[in-house]
Structures are given as C-alpha cells and as structure tokens.
Design a protein around this ligand. Structure first.
Ligand code: DC
Length: 209
C-alpha cells in the first residue's frame, strides 16, 4: 500500500486534535499536531526574550530549532508540553503563525516528517488540506458551533479564542480556508467516536474506488 495521508483542518475547538488522534489510533497510523509545532517555536522565542514580530529572527529560529511533538512536545530537547498551552503562548502564537518565513520552515518539516512514516499519517492544522498536502488521500474540514467551540477550549477565554480565529482567517500567509474538495463535518453534539468512525468509513470508500 502506498503512503497515505488524511489531512484535517478547522478552527480552534472544532475537535481536530482529538478526532485526528483517534483516527490515527484506530488505523495504526502516525499523527501530527502542526499547531503544537507553531506553539513550540513561540515558546522558544518567548523564553529567549525575542521580539515575536521580527520576521527574520523568528524565521531563522523556526528553521534552526529541533522539534518533536510525540511522545512529548519538545524544542531543542526542552519539554514544553504544558507551556505551549499557557496564556502568553495563546496570545503570541498567531503572530508567529502569520510569519511567512516561519510557515515555510514548518511546512518543509511537515512534508519531510510525513514522507518518513511507514504506512499512513493523520495531520491536522489550518493549512494542511490547502497548502501542505493538497493531494492528500482524504481531506476533512471540521467545524462546530461557536458555543461548543468555546466550551471545548476550557480554560482559554472566549475572547482569546476568537482573537486567534480572526487572526488565522485574515492573515496574508496561508489563512484558514475550506478547500473545495474537503469533506465538511460539523462535530457539534457528536462524540469523538462518531466523527472518527465517519472519517474512517470515508477513507475505506475512497480506497475501494
Ligand atoms: O491548533 P492550535 O490552536 O494549537 O494552533 C495554534 C496556532 O497555530 C493557531 O493560531 C493556528 C496556527 N496554526 C497554523 O497557522 N497552521 C497550522 N497548520 C496549525 C496551526
């Protein structure tokens, strides 16, 4: 079987990470949370006291650091699994993710990583179906109602989530877009098992065509 990719995009709180993880587990494929990569670079920039608005400096940092997302999120060997979800990172990450030099470095790493996986991969983010893997085996766009999305973000305030959504949708570099050939799934009121099951059924249907 050739290498296969399920690409999943959607806004914060749409259920991307949880659903993508579950699909990967059920298929025995690997999983990549690309938001964690942007967050890890942001953490490193903040801990070095860098100006996150400096495109060149952040671009250089993004291509130089060593990153892992599993089993733990690390940057240059430092475990940042908890730190990547703190308020400072929530506030600064959309600036870092809007930087075209950072994006170029992240996209290259994501493609390189996927090519090394033995069977298939589930990759989730904001530009995965449109930019990183436009030819993915299956492309999914997850949505959920604003109330449900805000509930799922738990500790993060609704204002902070909507600032990040707005920044992701309106930036010049690879904004969040629904690709024409993506399957759109509304996860409002549905369990992770239901949504993951629908994605796997869809993959089987693709594979048997
Ligand atoms: O999915 P998340 O909330 O962890 O993403 C963190 C930030 O990174 C958010 O502002 C969107 C951005 N991001 C992106 O621009 N492209 C991706 N592929 C993944 C995340």
């Amino acid at each position: 079987m050739s290498h296969q990719i399920i690409a999943i995009d959607g806004p914060a709180g749409s259920g991307k990470s949880t659903v993508a993880r579950q699909v990967a587990r059920e298929l025995g494929w690997s999983f990549l949370d690309t938001g964690a990569m942007y967050r890890a670079v942001t953490c490193e920039a903040l801990s070095r006291g860098l100006d996150v608005h400096d495109e060149q400096v952040l671009g250089r940092l993004a291509s130089e650091v060593t990153l892992t997302t599993l089993p733990r999120v690390t940057v240059n060997g430092r475990d940042v699994e908890d730190e990547i979800r703190n308020d400072r990172v929530n506030e600064a990450v959309s600036v870092v993710a809007a930087n075209p030099l950072v994006r170029r470095a992240m996209v290259a790493r994501q493609r390189e990583w996927a090519a090394q996986q033995p069977v298939g991969t589930v990759v989730e983010g904001r530009d995965i179906t449109t930019v990183v893997f436009p030819d993915a085996t299956l492309k999914i766009f997850l949505t959920a109602s604003p109330m449900e999305r805000s509930r799922r973000r738990g500790d993060e305030s609704a204002a902070s989530v909507s600032r990040r959504d707005e920044a992701d949708l309106t930036r010049d570099a690879s904004p969040l877009r629904q690709s024409d050939d993506a399957l759109v799934l509304d996860t409002t009121g549905r369990t992770v098992d239901e949504v993951a099951g629908e994605i796997i059924e869809c993959l089987s249907a693709r594979q048997s065509n």
